[in-house]
Design a protein around this ligand. Structure first.
Ligand SMILES: Cc1ncc(COP(=O)(O)O)c(C=O)c1O
Length: 462
């Protein structure tokens, strides 16, 4: 199994160049198409997303938790939890350093410049005009959504999720005291879309909210205006509020477009709440800053008063968010370009004949998450016997979790390739046999991960 940790950048680039030459010999691979490593340096301000910036030993969930769970020797590239393996935007670092030099962290008000930075960002990037009075802060996205669910559904009814979707929604719904109702997405012409017929049956008197995830984590659709209007019309006709999670909205692949739900028209804006955060875009989830907005005062009151929402955001989060929104546009464009190339690299790699047996994949419209169809692996590494053997092993070790085939695939992948992926089952109905891979990593890490996976799979499939 190949490790990249010990290589310095020059050694690595040399090795990568050789690989490129070899791969370029008639394979039609990503390298041959000129999407090899090292090209990111030519971007607008020369941000270097190729840099391997170690996150080991800093309590990172992505790296350190995986290492803690599986052992240092087992993990080569963790590709799980959704954050970035890149350095923070320099303007954000500068703003944090500046804030830290003032040695008092008592209660503070929120400066107008912070709200203005959100308003400007929304206008410039998504063409929507927000008013300050429509906005509220939240320490993270989920707490805001939990407050809305509590306030909007005091009788403890159901919240609809169109699955597969972000696993954390289920925890949020439970926290709000609600029940999860899954409305599985359906595949039409190779693309996931809403199953409105099924949805209509589920929108009963107990249902007051539907969570829309746009772009959808993990399947990667940027929902079209038509799709969302059809969904929204159904919700409006049944008095259901749309809670639009747009945390991944700044990650859109080439040729695709993110459409904010609230931009669809007055009736959609009046019956929805939108949740956003700079944390996903800029990779600063632990700075704990997010915001949400609605034009409808009743929905805001339900969240703030009925749901008892706490708007507290820490001083560092505020400074980081304002710097990011004020100075980060170019960086986000560059990150998107880099990630788009990562996706192209991944797609080419998987679809190169003979590569990655058992895995199928097509490029998403948004997010930096790849939803890999690993159903072809089940019969090899996640047979009922193998799932049971893993279950028995975990039980003997005192781990009483129910084992799913996706967990068995995940364990096999770590054991045989050193690559950690997220098991599909936690994303709800429709996720059988899928694994989620976070590709927001330097290209060399992606290449190491894919080479290792490919070698393990080829060995398994003979
Ligand atoms: C779609 C989606 N919503 C919400 C979150 C969590 O956001 P927060 O940590 O701000 O609550 C994530 C994190 O991965 C996510 O993917």
């Amino acid at each position: 199994m190949k490790k990249f940790g010990g290589q310095n950048r020059r050694t690595f680039m040399k090795a990568a160049g050789m690989t490129a030459l070899m791969a370029g010999a008639g394979t039609g691979s990503a390298h041959a198409m000129g999407m090899g490593m090292g090209q990111a340096k030519n971007r607008s301000k020369g941000y270097d997303f190729d840099e391997i910036y170690s996150r080991v030993g800093v309590n990172s969930v992505k790296w350190d938790s995986a290492i803690r769970r599986y052992g240092k020797d087992k993990i080569t590239v963790p590709m799980g939890i959704a954050d970035l393996d890149f350095r923070q935007h320099p303007a954000v670092v500068k703003a944090l350093q500046k804030r830290a030099t003032y040695d008092n962290y008592g209660y503070e008000t929120i400066p107008d410049s912070y709200w203005q930075s959100i308003i400007d960002w929304n206008k410039e990037r998504y063409g929507i005009e927000l008013k300050k009075e429509w906005l509220r802060n939240s320490s993270a996205l989920k707490p805001g959504m939990v407050s809305s669910m509590r306030g909007l559904n005091p009788v403890k009814g159901k919240v609809i999720l169109s699955t597969p979707t972000y696993s954390g929604f289920r925890g949020a719904i439970n926290k709000a005291g609600m029940r999860v109702e899954m409305n599985p997405l359906k595949k039409v012409n190779g693309r996931w879309t809403f199953d409105l017929e099924d949805l209509e049956k589920r929108l009963d008197y107990e249902t007051k909210c539907l969570v829309l995830c746009n772009p959808n984590n993990p399947t990667g659709e940027c929902w079209t205006a038509d799709e969302m209007r059809a969904l929204g019309d159904l919700c409006i006709s049944k008095g259901v509020t749309v809670l639009s999670d747009e945390i991944h909205c700044d990650f859109v692949t080439k040729g695709n477009k993110f459409v904010p739900y609230s931009s669809l028209g007055e009736k959609y804006a009046q019956t929805s709440i939108t949740y956003r955060s700079p944390s996903k875009t800029f990779g600063h989830a632990n700075l704990k800053v997010a915001y949400f907005y609605t034009e409808n005062e009743d929905l805001m009151n339900a969240t703030m008063i009925g749901g008892g929402h706490e708007t507290g955001v820490n001083a560092f989060g505020l400074a980081a968010a304002e710097a990011a929104f004020t100075e980060g546009a170019e960086w986000v464009d560059d990150v998107n370009e880099y990630l788009d190339e990562n996706f192209d690299y991944l797609v080419e790699y998987i679809n190169t004949p003979g590569n990655m047996p058992g895995i199928e994949y097509t490029k998403p419209e948004g997010t930096y998450l790849a939803w890999l169809d690993c159903n072809g692996l089940k019969e090899r590494v996640a047979t009922p016997e193998k799932v049971k053997a893993l279950h028995d092993k975990w039980m003997a070790a005192g781990n009483h979790r129910r084992v799913t085939p996706e967990m068995a695939i995940g364990e096999w992948m770590v054991e045989n390739s050193g690559v950690q992926l997220n098991a599909g089952h936690s994303y709800g109905v429709g996720s059988d046999g899928f694994m989620r891979m976070n590709i927001a990593v330097p290209r060399s890490s992606l290449k190491t991960a894919l080479d290792n996976m490919n070698a393990a799979l080829k060995k398994e499939f003979g």
